[in-house]
Design a protein around this ligand. Structure first.
Ligand code: CTP
Length: 398
């Protein structure tokens, strides 16, 4: 379930070309279960009409400070009253300037001034406008007032320039907004993780790998970053988008993964091994493609480093979390693995329950015993794991 389910969002749309992205954003917010009320400025209405926003949100669109449709004629107060947040996307340089100085000369600025709910802006402007002194100063002012700023991103701009200032894509704004509502239980923590399969090359075209999709690891990386952590995700070869805000380091083989983990470890508070690391690799690598013959053939294998066990054994070990995918005897194997690798926390699941799919049902093992989480989508399971992890970290600190 999305963090946005049942939330009421007031979406302010100001006059920039990125207003077209706001239309898609309304659709995505609705799909995520949010109730959206659009406030369209005069400038915004020059780019996208109220009809579009009304059709997409299923709610009346508000533009006029003097709109008589609100029974008490106080749209500027009522609209924001029971909202979970006011999000202005796109927010032009002019709108940000007016916000910074407390102007209240139209419905949206008045609503922002008269609110007691969180305010978020997603700036959208040309590169020079973004870099201009007044914009810098105004951003510092609104940040100082507690306004959250999403983006902007860099890239091609409508004016033909390339640089900072373009509004985040609708999906990125949605993702950021979901993250905004997640409690920041890992704020200030650095998390290093592994995810996905490893690939142990035999020759230039062949190798030993496994069926790990990386979905659980990526969902967990996302849940950690949404909980406020800095996340380095050392990842095997998977076809998944990198969660917003996560630093991904590609590492195909177990040895490459180990090197990348060691490099990322300084300053880490937590290490989570989600990757399905191959226990063995071919003893030698054939530089050229091995040719077929009628002979029987065997490939000698040598053990790979156990990344998790190695990290957990360090004198300066961070809090280590392991995963165990078993095909049977889950409790027994998982708890044995946890003790052998000296882990405070291990997440166990049956291969048949989770590997490759979108759902998972896991059991958490720690010194207190076993804690099963309800079967759910991997995003929800990931959130459950983060909650448990954050509680354990807080207890240690306390
Ligand atoms: N792991 C690791 N490096 C390895 C093997 C495993 O970091 N070379 C980590 C995994 O990321 C996971 C945990 O160790 O968090 C458990 O992995 P698993 O392969 O299930 O454990 P093994 O110790 O290899 O036990 P077995 O394969 O015998 O079940």
């Amino acid at each position: 379930m999305s963090e946005l389910q049942g939330r009421k969002i007031v979406l302010g749309v100001t006059g920039g070309i990125a207003a077209y992205k706001a239309a898609e954003l309304v659709r995505l917010l609705g799909k995520a279960g949010a109730e959206v009320h659009v406030v369209l400025t005069e400038g915004g209405a020059r780019f996208v009409t109220a009809v579009t926003f009304q059709a997409l949100s299923g709610n009346p669109v508000w533009s006029d400070l003097w709109d008589p449709r609100m029974a008490n004629n106080m749209a500027h107060i009522d609209l924001g009253r029971d909202a979970d947040a006011i999000l202005v996307a796109p927010a032009t340089a002019d709108f940000i300037a007016r916000l910074a100085h407390g102007l209240a000369d139209d419905l949206l600025t008045t609503l922002c001034l008269a609110r007691d709910v969180p305010l978020i802006v997603a700036p959208a402007m040309n590169r020079q406008m973004w870099e201009a002194g007044p914009t810098r100063r105004n951003l510092a002012l609104i940040r100082g007032d507690g306004v959250t700023v999403f983006g902007p991103g860099a890239g091609d701009q409508a004016c033909g320039e390339v640089g900072m200032g373009r509004m985040l894509e609708a999906e990125e704004v949605l993702e950021s907004l979901e993250g905004f509502f997640v409690p920041k239980s890992l704020a200030g923590r650095k998390v290093v993780m592994t995810a996905g399969p490893t690939f142990e090359a035999i020759d230039p075209v062949r190798g030993i790998t496994n069926i790990s999709s990386g979905k659980m690891g990526y969902a967990l990386a996302r849940a950690c970053v949404q909980a406020g952590a800095e996340v380095v995700l050392v990842s095997g070869d998977v076809a998944l988008p990198v969660p917003l805000g996560v630093r991904r380091v590609a590492a195909a083989s177990a040895q490459a993964m180990r090197t990348a983990v060691v490099d990322a470890l300084p300053g880490a508070d937590v290490f989570i091994g989600v990757a399905a690391v191959a226990d063995y690799r071919p003893a030698s690598y054939a530089a050229h493609k091995i040719k077929k013959s009628d002979e029987e053939m065997s490939i000698p294998l040598v053990p790979n480093p156990d990344i998790l066990a190695e990290v957990a054994a360090r004198a300066d070990a961070p809090f280590c979390v392991g995963f165990a995918a078993e095909s049977r005897n889950l409790d027994d194997y998982a708890e044995t693995k946890r003790r052998r690798k000296k882990l405070p926390l291990l997440v166990g699941n049956l291969v048949s329950d989770g590997m490759g799919g979108d759902e998972n049902s896991v059991v958490l093992f720690d010194d207190e015993g076993r804690h099963p989480l309800p079967r759910a989508g991997k995003a929800v399971v990931a959130r459950g794991i983060v909650n448990h992890l954050a509680a354990m970290l807080a207890a240690r600190r306390g």
